[in-house]
Design a protein around this ligand. Structure first.
Ligand code: COA
Length: 209
């Protein structure tokens, strides 16, 4: 079944994860392709992400999506706030009628460990130093990266420094699901909670605020 996870966050906000097993023609029946995405797999991911939006709210007006200078997609009248992510054969989306949102899916990789000094604060590095196993270290580093990507999309205005402006203070949860208590410091510090869930070989993170 392609829809592998669906979650109603509140009466106005839903999120879902899709395992892409269909071909392009399946998505093109419902999704208008409004820009040229030359790589076939990236095009499939792009279409699958868009496909999820009306799957979450049937009256989502796909044809009205515009792209900001920051490359954030949005609806001009903000009937819905939404965010999309893709990774490998998966696509995720979050849609809210009332709140700003951000979603990200990530698969753990050596690359994330390698670049982690660029996006982790000293306190986050200390949190990771306490981890007992290499697999837990990779899982938590990937979670922190994904959470910051979700916050970046939630903010939507570009120019955010992942170390300076996004701080994860603690994790409340386990290796299936939970939340990260964060602070977003681009302007006056703002408490922000990032929800997470480990599904298949991915972590999925989302912000609603
Ligand atoms: C925009 C960004 C968040 C996309 O993340 P990604 O992991 O490459 O790709 P994802 O599949 O998760 O997300 C892609 C989707 O994000 C959305 N998106 C693109 N730019 C966006 C933005 N500025 N704000 C919100 N959403 C955005 C789009 O919906 C896009 O999918 P689509 O083109 O099919 O519609 C990422 O490329 C980026 O710029 N990150 C910040 C970089 C940075 O400052 N890094 C510092 C690290 S130290």
């Amino acid at each position: 079944m392609p829809l592998v996870y669906q979650h109603t966050i509140n009466s106005n906000t839903k999120t879902a994860l899709w395992h892409i097993q269909e071909d392009e023609a399946f998505f093109l029946e419902r999704v208008p392709l409004k820009r040229d995405v030359s790589h076939p797999h990236k095009r499939l991911q792009h279409l699958a992400g868009r496909y999820l939006l009306p799957a979450l709210f049937a009256d989502f007006p796909l044809e009205e999506i515009l792209i900001a200078d920051t490359r954030k997609p949005f609806l001009p009248d903000e009937k819905y706030h939404f965010s999309i992510s893709h990774c490998g054969d998966y696509a995720a989306a979050i849609v809210s009628a009332t709140q700003r949102v951000g979603v990200d899916i990530e698969k753990g990789s050596e690359k994330i460990l390698r670049v982690s000094p660029k996006f982790l604060t000293d306190q986050e590095k200390m949190m990771l130093d306490e981890q007992m196993s290499a697999s837990r270290l990779l899982q938590l580093t990937t979670l922190l990266w994904s959470a910051k990507e979700a916050m970046f999309k939630w903010y939507g205005d570009g120019s955010v420094d992942f170390r300076e402006h996004m701080h994860a203070e603690r994790v409340e949860g386990n290796d299936e699901e939970g939340r990260l208590i964060c602070s977003f410091r681009k302007h006056d510090p703002l408490p922000l909670t990032v929800q997470y869930r480990f599904l298949h070989d991915l972590v999925m993170s989302w912000v609603v605020s």
